[in-house]
Design a protein around this ligand. Structure first.
Ligand SMILES: *[C@@H]1O[C@H](CO)[C@@H](O)[C@H](O)[C@H]1NC(C)=O
Ligand SMILES: *[C@@H]1O[C@H](CO)[C@@H](O)[C@H](O)[C@H]1NC(C)=O
Length: 307
C-alpha cells in the first residue's frame, strides 16, 4: 500500500530526528470500525538495527480522553478493560505485532488512540484514529391517509445520513420533504422524512433512499401509492362526471327534438285540416254547381257530366 510506504518514510524521518526513538511503530493513520463488530487498530514495532536485541519492556494502548490504559503489558502481565485485547491470538513478547482489538465496536469507540512501545533499547509512540460506521436499515415507508403524507424511516445508522425521495421517473423530491435525525442512546441515528403528496401531482410510486455521510447510497424502499381502485374510481368518477351531464344534455336535446317533431306533426296536421277544408269545399262547390242541372248551361267550365 502506498500510504503505508509514506508512513514508513515519515517514520524514518522521525526516527532520524528523535535520538531515543529506536523503535519504529507502524500504524494506519485512519481505521474504520463497524458498529457491533470487531475493530482492529494495527500497530507493529520494528526495532532499529542498534536496538535489535533489546527486549520488550512494556506496551500500552491509550485513548484520548480516557485516563487509564485500555490495554497494557508490563512485567510479564497483560491488563486491560474487558472490551480490549491484543489482536494476535496468544500474543507474547516475541511477537512484534501489538495491534489492538476492540470486541464490540460502539459509537463511543470513535477517536484518537496511541500505541506506546518501550524496549530496553528505546521507545516509540504513534497515533491512530478510529472512525465508526453503522449501516442504516432498509427504510420503511408508511402513508398517513389523513394528511396524505408519506413517512420514510431508516434506523440505526452512523454517522448522520440523509433520506432522499424520488418518483418513479427518478426525479428528486427531497426539497419538498422534511427530514429529522434523532440521536438514540447508542449514539446511532434514526432518520425520518415526511413527504406530503399534493393533489393532482401524485405519482404512482415513491422511492426513499438512505445515503451515508459520504453520499453513498446504502438502502432504499419504494412505496406504490396504494390507491389503484381509488385512482381508477376517480377516473370512473371523472368520466361519469363528464358523461352524466352529457347524457342529461343529450337526452334533453333528443327529448326536445322529439317534442318539436311531435309539435310540428301536430301543427302540420292542424294546418292541413284547416287549409284543406276550404279547398275541399271550394272543389266541391263548383262540382256541386256544375252538378246542379240549373246552372249547367251557363257555366262552360263545368265538365260534361252525364245528363
Ligand atoms: C497483526 O495481527 C493482526 C491480528 O492477527 C493481523 O490481522 C494483522 O494483519 C497483523 N499485522 C501485521 C502487519 O502483521
Ligand atoms: C458510504 O457508502 C459507500 C457505498 O456504499 C461506501 O463505499 C462508503 O464506505 C460508505 N461510507 C461510510 C462513511 O459509511
Amino acid at each position: 500500500m502506498a500510504s503505508n510506504g509514506v508512513l514508513l518514510l515519515l517514520t524514518f524521518i522521525h526516527l532520524s530526528i528523535g535520538h531515543a526513538a529506536f523503535v519504529h511503530l507502524e500504524v494506519r493513520a485512519e481505521n474504520v470500525g463497524k458498529y457491533g463488530q470487531q475493530s482492529l487498530l494495527e500497530c507493529v514495532y520494528i526495532p532499529s538495527q542498534e536496538a535489535k536485541d533489546g527486549k520488550l519492556v512494556w506496551v500500552y494502548w491509550k485513548k484520548e480522553g480516557v485516563e487509564d490504559a485500555l490495554l497494557s503489558f508490563h512485567k510479564g502481565s497483560t491488563r486491560g478493560k474487558p472490551a480490549y485485547s491484543f489482536a494476535e491470538p496468544s500474543w507474547n513478547t516475541t511477537n512484534r505485532n501489538v495491534s489492538l482489538l476492540i470486541t464490540n465496536t460502539s459509537v463511543k469507540d470513535e477517536g484518537e488512540y496511541t500505541c506506546n512501545v518501550m524496549t530496553e533499547s528505546g521507545d516509540g509512540i504513534k497515533k491512530t484514529h478510529l472512525r465508526v460506521t453503522a449501516k442504516y436499515n432498509k427504510p420503511a415507508i408508511k402513508l398517513d391517509p389523513r394528511t396524505s403524507t408519506l413517512m420514510c424511516e431508516s434506523d440505526s445508522g452512523y454517522p448522520e445520513g440523509q433520506l432522499r425521495w424520488f418518483d418513479e421517473f427518478g426525479t428528486e423530491w427531497t426539497k419538498s420533504s422534511q427530514m429529522e435525525a434523532k440521536k438514540i442512546e447508542s449514539g446511532l441515528f434514526n432518520l425520518s422524512s415526511k413527504l406530503t403528496l399534493m393533489d393532482g401531482s401524485t405519482f404512482s410510486s415513491y422511492t426513499c433512499k438512505v445515503f451515508n455521510v459520504s453520499g453513498g447510497k446504502e438502502e432504499e424502499a419504494t412505496y406504490t401509492v396504494q390507491e389503484p381502485e381509488k385512482r381508477e374510481g376517480n377516473k370512473v368518477d371523472g368520466t361519469t362526471k363528464v358523461v352524466a351531464p352529457l347524457l342529461v344534455i343529450g337526452s334533453l336535446i333528443v327529448g326536445l327534438l322529439l317534442l318539436m317533431l311531435l309539435l310540428y306533426k301536430r301543427r302540420s296536421q292542424l294546418v292541413r285540416r284547416f287549409s284543406t277544408r276550404p279547398l275541399i269545399m271550394g272543389d266541391h262547390q263548383p262540382v256541386d254547381t256544375c252538378d246542379s242541372p240549373v246552372e249547367q248551361g251557363e257555366d262552360q267550365s263545368c265538365p260534361d257530366s252525364p245528363a
